[in-house]
Ligand binder design. Structure first.
Ligand SMILES: [Zn+2]
Length: 410
């Protein structure tokens, strides 16, 4: 029996006569609460999970980032086939587009989907702080049983989210995204950069799981966050667990809580990388991950050996504090001297800034140099820059002293 259901969630209308809604594609999930489902990841196997895994995937939260939208379009074809064979073991919630409000933001023919036109800022910032909301009630309910605690905490999270009455349409959207995802075991938020190699973000507490996801996606770079200094979508759900755990410890409560939700922001290269072949392969890789974590059964998909804690950190994982952001010191036109993915040394010229108000003979180009050894992993497409604009990011092995505070400021 096919399990796929398509749902429509109406959002708060911000404009008279304009309806916005989310389309939610659901697979599986009819056996909620059954015991014995196994996953193939070390951490979740150790959790002795008592329910089938739930996976949440969304694309286009930054509404002008479309490779993930195409990847999820392809992924639905694979999931439909698995569903027809009865191979969806757990629950999959898939949002083909996560931000219809951002998708509507065209200005004079140009689409701008990263920041809200209505002044609330970046669509992937300022989500609610579930841990702080829940800690008072949770602290009165905990037992010595971790799974029991997790069930109680999810109930408190759900109650808090349902009681939340945002007044702004954008906050209503953020609430709906969290309601759909907060109780997931795995949350994948598909984004892209301006120009970039494939990379993903995860919390450093979940490095092993991040590397497993990277292996499935053929991704060579995992950026490890501790506290990025803001509550993005990926932190709002998964991060609530370790933040809650920390808050409880501050109150002297050591009851087991665990980290039952792994989340990752996956950057599917650059905005121009909407490619039917490449994104179909991304979908196949995402499907491989779903098989790997046990939410889909497919014997034709090869599994990757799970990492163990004793395995030393792979070189693909880098700290977010080791990302060197090269800033334009003045206005001008940027040209690149190093390619995406290229290894550079400290002091190498990675780009040059041209002052186009002066003839070349009177104004030498300003060299923009790497502060540390690393790999060039993002560049920009708007080469006409203003002072303070980030023009290239390089990731190395060593934390940089100037990388503090809000590490995802832009
Ligand atoms: Zn994004």
């Amino acid at each position: 029996m096919k399990t796929r259901r398509i749902e429509k969630i109406n959002l708060l209308s911000a404009t008279p006569g304009v309806e916005t809604y989310l389309t939610v594609v659901r697979y599986g999930g009819h056996n909620e609460g059954r015991s014995g489902a196994q996953t193939n990841t070390q951490e979740n196997t150790q959790d002795n999970r008592q329910r089938p895994p739930k996976v949440y995937l969304q694309a286009g939260l930054h509404a002008d980032e479309w490779p993930g939208i195409l990847a999820l379009n392809h992924l639905q074809i694979l999931l439909d086939a698995a569903d027809a064979k009865g191979n969806i073991v757990g629950e999959i919630v898939l949002l083909p587009y996560a931000n219809p409000m951002g998708m509507a933001q065209f200005l004079k023919g140009y689409h701008i989907g990263r920041f809200d036109f209505d002044m609330t800022g970046n669509f992937n910032r300022d989500y609610v702080d579930l841990a702080n909301w829940a800690v008072d009630e949770v602290s009165l309910q905990l037992t010595e049983n971790k799974l029991d605690n997790q069930q109680r905490i999810r109930k408190v999270f759900a109650d808090k989210l349902n009681a939340y009455q945002p007044s702004l349409a954008i906050d209503y959207l953020k609430k709906q995204l969290l309601l759909l995802s907060f109780d997931s075991d795995y949350v994948l938020d598909l984004h892209c950069d301006t120009k970039s190699i494939l990379h993903l973000y995860c919390n450093q507490r979940q490095q092993t799981q991040g590397e497993l996801l990277a292996a499935c996606l053929d991704c060579d770079l995992v950026l490890l966050e501790d506290d990025p200094g803001c509550i993005g979508f990926d932190i709002a759900g998964a991060g609530a667990w370790w933040k809650l755990s920390d808050l409880l410890k501050q109150r002297g409560i050591e009851s087991p809580v665990g980290m039952p939700c792994f989340s990752s922001t996956v950057e599917l290269r650059g905005q121009g990388d909407v490619d039917d072949v490449i994104n179909a392969q991304d979908a196949a890789n995402l499907y491989r991950y779903l098989v790997q974590i046990g939410v889909v059964q497919d014997e034709d998909v090869g599994l990757i050996a799970a990492q163990t804690a004793s395995v030393p950190a792979q070189s693909i994982s880098k700290l977010l504090t080791a990302v060197d952001t090269i800033i334009a010191p003045s206005a001008g036109l940027v040209v690149y001297k190093k390619a995406l993915g290229e290894a550079v040394k400290a002091g190498d010229v990675v780009a040059e800034l041209i002052d186009i108000t002066q003839p070349p003979s009177a104004s030498p180009r300003i060299p923009l140099v790497a502060n540390a050894d690393g790999i060039v992993f993002t560049q920009i497409t708007n080469n006409l820059v203003r002072p303070g604009h980030t023009v290239v990011k390089i990731v190395g092995d060593t934390p940089l002293t100037y990388r503090q505070g809000n590490l995802l400021a832009f």
